[in-house]
Ligand binder design. Structure first.
Ligand SMILES: Cc1cc2nc3c(=O)[nH]c(=O)nc-3n(C[C@H](O)[C@H](O)[C@H](O)COP(=O)(O)O)c2cc1C
Length: 365
């Protein structure tokens, strides 16, 4: 029977299990967005995952929306990532890079004065934190149509850079209220040109981006993440099922390497989401592998795999405090609890200092 420990052929990549480390921003890059040695330690510690997906990684300066998030658009960044991918491969793991553009989820004060951009001049909702404290999201500058090909080509270049940096593939961050999601959903996209209005127009940026990434590498090596039930940063849609049904089918036509679909979280459920069972809803609309994420533990993960609605399960928070999550699941060992105050930080504390099982056992002897 298929369970989380079953191997999986991810379009030619022989994953040792169906346990994926979900993309997670941890802000341990340098102030000029260069991956660091401590990031290398962190990913190597987690190399027993069937697959690691990195934190979101900006494709350009304009895409930059988180202080100390890494980039993949400069040669020094490619070289720094190369050290990490080599070390993960030596440790027996596979690693994809999640590539990303923040769109309107940014502030000019952390971008040398450059204002954030978006599909329409509507600010994101929620909290944004600068070193000086909480600030309101600014009204983004509406992107001109003639700027969009440049953004698409930044994603293509980042894909080529990921390949050069030794990654096994790339994941387009199409979820959680960032640029492609802002264009897709009608609450944040009020454009009247070829990138707004109809679902086809709103989906155009996501589809063009995925196509460009595929042309830059290959469909097998390009995954896409979508969050059909989320309303993060105020990105929302009047008909989620129709909109996400359209994009899932469009990405299926491109035969992307996988779709990572986020189930609703507690906040989404509180609000009363339109789509409760995401993997179940979209499974019949696509033949590409489905990676599911959000709120899974071992039992729920095995259940979703057994139901046939997903092929892979990504774990987020559990991976923060449990570098050896696969082994803990295998032995039903208790999970370490993460320190939420150190999710975002600088250095090793709360990052690479969570004990693996054998270290914990040695400490007891
Ligand atoms: C600290 C932290 C950082 C995150 N950063 C990202 C990110 O960079 N990209 C992304 O797609 N999701 C990000 N997420 C969301 C996770 O990938 C995942 O979807 C979420 O934690 C739900 O999965 P879980 O219930 O297994 O934790 C982040 C989550 C956390 C807790």
């Amino acid at each position: 029977m298929t369970d989380i420990f079953s191997s999986f052929d991810l379009r030619g990549l022989p994953l040792s299990s169906r346990i994926v480390m979900s993309a997670m921003t941890r802000t341990r890059a340098t102030e000029d967005d260069l991956p660091t040695d401590v990031m290398c330690d962190y990913y190597v510690q987690r190399a027993s995952a069937g697959l690691i997906v990195t934190e979101c990684t900006q494709v350009s300066n304009q895409a930059h929306g988180i202080i100390r998030a890494p980039g993949l658009h400069r040669t020094d960044q490619i070289a720094a990532w190369r050290k990490i991918t080599d070390a993960v491969h030596t440790a027996g793991g596979y690693i994809y890079c999640q590539i990303w553009h923040c769109g309107r989820v940014a502030h000019q004060d952390m971008r040398g004065g450059e204002e954030p951009v978006g599909p329409s001049p509507i600010p994101a909702t929620g909290d944004f934190f600068l070193p000086s404290g909480r600030v309101e999201f600014p009204v983004p500058r509406e992107l001109r149509v003639d700027e969009i090909p440049g953004i698409v080509s930044d994603f293509a270049q980042a894909t080529r850079n990921a390949r050069e940096a030794g990654f096994d593939g790339v994941e387009l961050h199409g979820a959680n209220g960032y640029l492609q999601d802002q264009f897709l959903q009608d609450g944040s996209n009020k454009r009247t040109d070829t990138y707004g209005g109809s679902i086809e127009n709103r989906a155009r940026l996501m589809v063009e981006t995925a196509k460009a990434m595929i042309n830059a590498w290959s469909a097998d090596r390009v995954g896409v993440r979508l969050s059909p039930s989320s309303h993060l940063y105020g990105v929302d849609d009047s008909n989620k099922l129709e909109t996400f049904g359209f994009i899932v089918r469009a990405l299926d036509e491109l035969q992307v390497g996988y779709l990572c679909l986020l189930e609703p979280n507690a906040k989404d459920n509180e609000r009363g989401v339109q789509i409760r069972n995401v993997a179940e809803t979209f499974r019949s609309m696509t033949s590409v592998p489905i990676m599911v994420n959000t709120g899974f533990d071992k039992a729920k993960a095995n259940a979703v795999l057994a139901s046939g609605n997903a092929d892979l399960v990504a774990f987020g928070v559990a991976y923060i405090a449990n570098p050896d999550l696969v082994e803990r699941f295998r032995t039903d060992a208790p999970l370490n609890k993460p320190d939420t105050t150190l999710f975002y930080g600088v250095g090793a504390k709360g990052y690479t200092d969570y004990a693996a099982l054998e270290t914990a056992a040695l400490a007891l002897n």
